[in-house]
Ligand binder design. Structure first.
Ligand code: DNO
Length: 360
């Protein structure tokens, strides 16, 4: 597996490339132009500038997370073609700086969702938390609550300028059923595929997080069956998955190792993290170590190893440790993600040693 690290950019992240260089095994930076809103043009100079910063420190630029998809594409409005043209323009430009995989999502209005950003765990660290009962209430209350808790950082997809247009967005999604969302996703990918094949960039969809519909909006990448449907719908090697164990793991019915064994050929990017799911459906993010949460991360790594996975991997969210919550983007501190890298590589290396010794 090819270990990477998500970095928000020079002026946008408390973790620097020099910090990341000291974490053993990290080869690539997962990056984006984070100031861009969905549908905005990415200029070649801006792309080049960030790519140069990354390569100057010896990292690969192969994975971009995300180029966000404009809501008009998800809703299926006539203006979608204009936004798809802009998306294609970005894909072409990214291919010029060595990008091979684009992680994106097709979640209506919101990206990943939590009700508390710094919930204390029994050991005194804190982490992102989701209270299932609270999220069924008015989304506007939730928005207030989340923005108040986020300090100067916001979660992707929860940017204040988008949230200011919330009523308008909810009205626009009226009538967008699960079926319609699948159709709109198919339309989007069918337009992208010829370009992706030409420039050799793979699109890797991120599952819905949490893995069920929220606020009455459909969410379609959430289980074995919906993923199978998605892959069969546009059956090209250029359309595949960002397989996120933390997102899919919020639903205990998802058998993650079995899904990896089934889908591994179309998994281009693996987000690996753990969640502890409670009986009432609430969940909290915990350390990567398998036995701390509900996801058996060692089994997850084993499923990748068994299939000779060579794709990109990143430790996903971590807890905020050692006072970090005071200055870190929710879920994206340095320490717990660095511990995560070491756990994932530790499991991988020991499996690799066993394999090598058993074949000699
Ligand atoms: C959360 C991330 C997501 C992801 C997007 C991809 O931490 O995994 O925000 O980047 O859903 O578009």
């Amino acid at each position: 597996m090819n270990m990477t690290w998500r970095w928000y950019g020079q002026d946008n992240d408390q973790v620097t490339l020099d910090h990341i260089r000291q974490i053993p095994g990290v080869m690539g930076i997962v990056w984006s132009l984070h100031h861009k809103v969905a549908g905005e043009v990415w200029k070649m100079e801006e792309i080049q500038e960030t790519a140069d910063q990354i390569t100057a420190k010896g990292f690969s630029t192969a994975v971009v997370e995300s180029v966000n998809v404009h809501d008009d594409i998800k809703i299926g409005l006539p203006s979608r073609d204009h936004y798809i043209d802009i998306y294609i323009d970005t894909i072409r430009k990214l291919s010029q700086v060595g990008v091979k995989v684009i992680c994106y999502n097709f979640m209506p209005i919101f990206d990943w969702t939590r009700t508390e950003l710094y919930k204390e765990l029994p050991d005194g660290s804190n982490a992102l938390f989701y209270e299932k009962a609270a999220i069924q209430d008015n989304p506007r209350d939730m928005v207030e609550r989340i923005l108040q808790g986020a300090g100067s950082f916001t979660m992707p997809g929860w940017e204040p300028e988008r949230l200011a247009r919330l009523d308008e967005l909810f009205a626009a999604y009226e009538g967008v059923t699960e079926e319609k969302l699948f159709e709109n996703l198919k339309y989007f990918l069918q337009r992208l595929m010829p370009v992706c094949e030409e420039v050799d960039i793979r699109m890797a969809i991120h599952p819905d997080d949490p893995a069920w519909p929220i606020f009455g909006l459909p969410r379609i990448i959430r289980s074995r069956d919906t993923i199978r449907r998605f892959l069969d719908m546009v059956d090209s090697p250029y359309s595949g998955l960002t397989f996120c164990t933390g997102s899919l793991g919020t639903n205990p019915e998802n058998d993650l190792p079995a899904m990896i064994r089934e889908f591994h050929e179309r998994i281009y990017f693996a987000h690996i993290r753990n969640v502890k799911v409670f009986d009432n459906g609430d969940f909290i993010e915990v350390s990567h170590r398998g036995r701390d949460g509900s996801v058996d991360i060692a089994e997850v790594v084993k499923a990748y190893h068994e299939n000779g996975y060579t794709g990109y991997v990143r430790p996903d969210h971590g807890r905020h440790l050692w006072g970090e919550e005071k200055n870190c983007r929710p879920g994206y501190g340095l320490y717990d993600r660095a511990l995560g890298v070491m756990y994932l590589l530790g499991v991988w290396d020991s499996l690799e040693n066993v394999r090598m010794h058993s074949s000699t």
